[in-house]
Structures are given as structure tokens and as C-alpha cells.
Design a protein around this ligand. Structure first.
Ligand code: COA
Length: 168
């Protein structure tokens, strides 16, 4: 189930953020995206916990719609829930939102070593357009800039399982 995040999800999002990144966003940075940034959209993916059945946050995605541009800011899926299409669903939801709001291009940066994420974005229609030297810290690393122009909802998003009826 994909839905807009609220402040209630902050603890779970922070735990995934800290587990996934060597230079994680802080609680304050995440909270600012959740409530203080008028351009920001924050989605979470929830799945039932196998033991309790309670819905747990398993992934999240922060993206900005800034006038004509959709900017992919922060995406992560908890280790045990990867390779099940969670990130694909989250990004597809962002592409739909961007198109609905009139954005005409999408862009993101990703570490050069992060081949998993690059494959995911490539599959959704993004193409490498440039590199940014020393863009990341801890460790210092170049960024690959990926873009999609014109912005469109990828055919991948129309495949069974890639749509998210729970999304608002
Ligand atoms: C990158 C990440 C978000 C992918 O999440 P996910 O839910 O596993 O992704 P999906 O299941 O939607 O994968 C979609 C496609 O991406 C590619 N992909 C994803 N993970 C991959 C991996 N480990 N190896 C190779 N390809 C991979 C595959 O093409 C996959 O399709 P397939 O499973 O049918 O082969 C997740 O691995 C993650 O959170 N990584 C750490 C944080 C991160 O790197 N975030 C992105 C920063 S830009």
C-alpha cells in the first residue's frame, strides 16, 4: 500500500534511512520534507508485518515538483522487502504526480557505484546525461545525473503489480 507520509511515520522512515545510506538524512531534514517544504511530496510504502500483521513502513520516496521539473530526492526500501517492485511503485506514483501537475522533465542524481538504483531508473525511462564530480560525501564519490525529457509515465508502470490502487 502506498500513501502520503505523515509525521507519524518519521521514526520508521529514519530507521530505514540510517540502514540504507552512508550519509543519511537527519530526522530534522526528513521532518522538513514532510511538513516544511511546499515543493516536497513524501510517499511511504507499507506492508503487513509477517508476525503481528500490523502495517509497517518498508520504503519511502521524497520527490519535489518544482514548476516544470520533477526532482527525485530520496528513495529507499528496507532490505528484506527489496526486489518486489516497491521502489518501482513509488517512482511510478511520482511520475504520475509529475505529469498530473504539468511537469515536463524529471531528474535525479545517483552515486556512480549504485548500479541497482541506476538499473531501476533506466528501466523506468531515465537516461544518463552527465556526471557531477565529487558530488557525494562519506565516501566522496561522483554522481551520475539522470533525466527523463519529456516526462512520461513509463510503460513499466502500466504492467500488472506496478500500479498502486492505495495511492492518493
Ligand atoms: C535501489 C532500491 C531503492 C531498489 O528498491 P527495490 O524495491 O528493490 O526495487 P524494485 O524491486 O522496484 O526493482 C526494480 C528493478 O530495479 C533493478 N534492481 C533493483 N535492485 C537491483 C539489484 N540489487 N540488482 C540489480 N538490479 C536491481 C531491477 O531491474 C529490478 O527489476 P527486477 O527485480 O524485475 O529485475 C533499493 O535497493 C534501496 O533502497 N537501496 C538503498 C538505497 C538507495 O540506493 N536508494 C536510491 C538512491 S538514488
Amino acid at each position: 500500500m502506498i500513501e502520503p507520509a505523515t509525521a507519524d511515520a518519521l521514526d520508521e522512515v529514519l530507521a530505514i534511512e540510517q540502514a540504507c545510506f552512508s550519509a543519511p538524512w537527519t530526522r530534522k531534514m526528513l521532518a522538513a520534507e514532510l511538513s516544511g517544504n511546499p515543493f516536497a511530496n513524501f510517499l511511504i510504502a507499507r506492508c503487513p508485518d509477517p508476525l503481528s500483521g500490523a502495517l509497517a513502513v518498508v520504503g519511502y520516496f521524497c520527490f519535489w515538483v518544482v514548476f516544470e521539473e520533477l526532482r527525485l530526492m530520496n528513495l529507499a526500501v528496507s532490505g528484506p522487502f527489496r526486489r518486489q517492485g516497491v521502489a518501482t511503485r513509488l517512482v511510478c506514483e511520482a511520475l504520475r504526480t509529475g505529469v498530473e501537475r504539468g511537469a515536463t522533465r524529471a531528474m535525479l542524481e545517483v552515486r556512480v557505484s549504485n548500479h541497482e538504483a541506476q538499473t531501476l531508473y533506466h528501466r523506468l525511462g531515465f537516461r544518463q546525461t552527465a556526471t557531477r564530480k565529487g558530488y557525494y560525501v562519506n565516501p566522496v564519490e561522483d554522481a551520475v545525473l539522470m533525466e527523463m525529457t519529456p516526462l512520461k509515465v513509463s510503460d513499466v508502470c502500466r504492467q500488472p503489480g506496478a500500479s498502486s490502487p492505495g495511492a492518493k
